[in-house]
Design a protein around this ligand. Structure first.
Ligand code: PLP
Length: 389
């Protein structure tokens, strides 16, 4: 399509426009988007309130540096704390930077006690920069860049004894996505999340919930940790926060914040005023009466229909799982042909790992669009079955 880029992405479509749950490419072809910018476009494309907030703030101030405060940044930090737990906020430009900040903050908090080690879980994905990559499980992402940061241990999800073995006086923090995204759309059992929270605290380490993909309404609750009734010491957010503008956040438990001092961390663009203004509009929409209940209803109907579909196609679908509108359909073979088949039929979806079809529609997806996905998916599965016969 263009040879001007470093070849790290495998892509061919040129998108020119987005409205609601639909994208239009350069050839004028329209796609129903069940990937929502990999979970970024939680409110779909062109949300009026987000757009108005961006336009208004862009007319006032686009950037002033983090040498100074700005009003949308202050309001956003205060709102996040109000919605989550007593904490202090640092704003970033992306998810991976929120993870880097979490690593640094956890190590800073544990510095005097010599806590430098980190724990993550098999199947995890925390980002692509070297620190976040060190906490990411997938070998093909890690291997070309070894050595990564030392002192990282991986534990199998559900393995309480395994966690006990590596948790200790050197552990700074334990990182987990309450619903693993890239690793195959795997909700972590609530009981295991509670055990992690308890054991981590008993060991004097910090419990980090990476909600970059599963947070902010995606699972039907504002924060996915709420399903398990736990509260993390550190929360990382990004993807949908800025309404499509680059923005991430890290919330650090209030009483831990005095361990951080001016100069310990910084970012030129982090928490940009326009992105912060957009985020305030996003949070207003997500917390409006009935918004999250509607996500749960959509989720229930989509999951139910997908499970029925799985029963009709037991040779193609191994499992349907998910929480809210973060749904994985594990195929028996590669999910690649299903993603391609859907795209040929005007629907965009993505894979999670090799075998899982990952559905992350806008949280505002309509029932007619859900029906369309289901009927096109059925056609694609039938075509697949014919091709295999
Ligand atoms: N953490 C999780 C759970 C993610 O899903 C992602 C991205 O997919 C990241 C971190 C990294 O975020 P970003 O791509 O914004 O750097």
């Amino acid at each position: 399509m263009s040879s001007a880029f470093v070849p790290v992405y495998d892509r061919d479509l040129v998108i020119v426009k987005g409205r609601g749950a639909r994208l239009t490419d350069r050839e004028g072809r329209e796609y129903l988007d069940f990937a929502a910018g990999i979970g970024v476009n939680g409110l779909g494309y062109g949300d009026k309130k987000v757009l108005a907030a961006i336009k208004k703030q862009a007319g006032l101030l686009i950037h002033s540096s983090n040498l100074y405060h700005h009003e949308p940044g202050i309001a956003l930090a205060e709102r996040l704390v109000e919605l989550a737990f007593p904490s202090k906020v640092f704003l970033t430009n992306s998810g991976t930077e929120a993870i880097e900040a979490a690593i640094k903050f956890a190590r800073r908090v544990g510095k005097d006690a010599g806590r430098t080690e980190l724990i993550a879980f098999e199947g995890s994905f925390h980002g692509r920069t070297l620190g976040a990559l060190s906490l990411t499980w997938t070998e093909k992402y890690r291997e070309p860049f070894q050595p990564l940061i030392p002192g990282v241990h991986f534990v199998k999800v559900g393995d309480v004894d395994g966690l006990r073995q590596v948790l200790g006086p050197k552990t700074a923090a334990v990182f987990i996505e309450p619903v693993q995204g890239e690793g195959g759309v795997r909700p972590i059992p609530a009981e295991f999340l509670r055990q992690i929270a308890t054991l981590t605290r008993e060991a004097g380490a910090l419990f980090v919930a990476d909600e970059i993909q599963c947070g902010l309404g995606r699972t039907g609750k504002l924060f996915a940790y709420q399903h398990a009734g736990v509260t993390p010491d550190i929360l990382t957010l990004a993807k949908p926060l800025g309404g499509g503008l680059p923005l991430g956040a890290i919330l650090l438990r209030e009483d831990l914040a005095p361990a951080l001092h001016p100069g310990d961390h910084a970012s030129t663009f982090g928490g940009n005023p326009v992105a912060a203004a957009a985020a305030l509009a996003v949070l207003e929409r997500l917390t409006a009466d009935g918004f999250l209940e509607a996500v749960e209803k959509r989720s229930a109907s989509l999951l139910k229909a997908l499970r029925k579909l799985a029963k009709r196609h037991p040779n193609a679908i191994a499992e349907v799982r998910g929480l809210g509108l973060m749904i994985g359909v594990e195929m028996r073979g590669s999910a690649g042909p299903v993603v391609k088949g859907l795209r040929d039929r005007g629907i965009l979806a993505i894979k999670a790992g090799e075998k899982v079809l990952r559905l992350l529609p806008p949280l505002t997806i309509g029932s007619a669009d859900i029906k369309r996905l289901l009927s096109e998916l059925e056609v694609v599965l039938k075509e697949g079955a014919v091709a295999a016969a």
